[in-house]
Design a protein around this ligand. Structure first.
Ligand SMILES: *Cc1c(COP(=O)(O)O)cnc(C)c1O
Length: 398
């Protein structure tokens, strides 16, 4: 049999595979609390499931829907962007439906990057950013996200030669996995950088509605001049607990969206029309103000319970302002992989080692707030009881 394409070599993360396998082994012997997966554990609001049920019962929703999304969908996205961010969009040219942001992100590099081109991606970062670049056969330039720079890339550290060859830059705030947020002033700086070097900006705003303590994450498109250089991906997966529905969208500069639309019109025929109607119902209800989005409050409570319980066992972590993740610095003496495996084996708690998201993730683990508060408290209790936080220094002292 011939070998699969070389592009695939970079696509499977050994760490994720190994983690899943060890979890299955441990789960045979004891109860495991999984804080590994980044998938919301709650269903959509009842009025949204009802909207889907009604649409599914209509005979006219079963044809090929068309890749760009229905007019009603694109108009509602534009109305929501104006309401939520004060950003004006032309629904015809500046909004395009996606079968998840993953679809958009995976195909964006195919639409814009050739072998020899450079793509700037955050390190650590959501895996498809790097994956899409490998699929396109282009070259990756990782932008380190480090605590000393509040997890924002240092644009001035990117070499001139890389800037010349770079086609686009991927950004993601609020961020997965580091859960950092970016001020609008940083987006202004990004626009100036992008214009100076002729680089496209692709911003992933998947966590726009999952924010805490009254914080409202901005859209990249709110930055002065952003519409000239950039696009933004946004999704219903996290904001409305619709991850399995596979619906998202890209908005922004029409000329930047167009090549992506060409790729997509060749590889898919769009999102099931009934799901688009559900998405319209979600944005419309959100805009009406009658259905306050419970997502922020839900994850804020979980964040507070977990961080308080971890502080009680001596693990102090800065509270994130947004996302469903806690980016936890690990105790001295461990690397993130061996620490994550120790947590699994000695405490029965699954977390993801930070370096699964890139080299700069070393020294951290990512915990997803995808369990009820009492389960999160129990996870912290087990971690405390296991002695893992003290273990390595004690072992070294012997
Ligand atoms: C979950 C997530 C998404 C959402 O992807 P969909 O394909 O829309 O479900 C996008 N970006 C990041 C960073 C995420 O964590």
């Amino acid at each position: 049999m011939p070998t699969p394409s070389r592009r695939l070599e970079h696509l499977t993360s050994a760490i994720f595979t190994e983690m899943a396998q060890r979890k299955r082994e441990v789960a045979r012997k004891r109860d495991v609390i999984d804080l590994g997966i980044g998938s919301p554990d709650k269903p959509p609001a009842p009025h949204l499931m009802e909207a889907l049920a009604q649409a599914v019962n209509r005979p006219d929703v079963y044809g090929y829907p068309g890749s760009e999304g229905s007019s009603a969908f694109r108009e509602e996205v534009a109305a929501w962007y104006r309401h939520r961010f004060g950003v004006a969009l032309d629904p015809e040219r500046e909004v395009h439906a996606l079968m998840g942001s993953q679809d958009g992100l995976a195909h964006f590099a195919l639409a814009w990057a050739d072998p020899g081109d450079v793509v700037l991606v955050p390190d650590p970062g959501y895996p498809i950013y790097a994956g899409s670049v490998y699929l396109a056969g282009a070259e990756l330039y990782p932008m380190p996200l480090v605590a000393e720079n509040r997890f924002l890339p240092d644009l001035s550290a990117i070499p001139e030669e890389i800037c010349r060859r770079a086609k686009f830059m991927v950004l993601n705030y609020p961020n997965n996995p580091v859960s950092a947020v970016a001020p609008l002033s940083f987006f202004d700086e990004v626009v100036r950088f992008a214009k100076r070097h002729g680089i496209i900006v692709a911003h992933d705003l998947a966590y726009s509605e999952m924010a805490f303590d009254g914080y409202r994450p901005p859209s990249f498109l709110q930055a002065e001049g952003a519409m000239e250089v950039g696009i933004e991906f946004n999704s219903f997966s996290k904001s409305f607990n619709m991850a399995g529905c596979r619906i998202a969208y890209v908005v922004g500069n029409a000329e930047i969206i167009k090549p992506l639309a060409i790729v997509k019109s060749n590889v898919d025929y769009g999102v099931f029309a009934a799901v688009q109607e559900m998405a319209v119902a979600a944005l419309r209800a959100d805009r009406s103000g009658h259905f306050p989005n419970p997502t922020g409050a839900l994850y804020q409570e979980r964040r507070d319970v977990l961080l308080k319980a971890l502080a009680e066992i001596g693990w102090r972590i800065d509270p994130p302002k947004a996302t469903m993740f806690v980016w936890a610095p690990i105790p001295a003496g461990w690397d993130s992989r061996s620490f994550a495996f120790a947590l699994l084996e000695r405490a029965g708690v699954v977390v993801i080692p930070g370096n699964a998201f890139g080299a700069q993730g070393e020294g951290y683990v990512r915990m997803a707030l995808v369990q009820e508060p009492h389960v999160l408290a129990e996870a912290a209790r087990r971690i405390g009881e296991s002695g893992v936080l003290q273990a390595r220094s004690a072992e070294r002292d012997v």
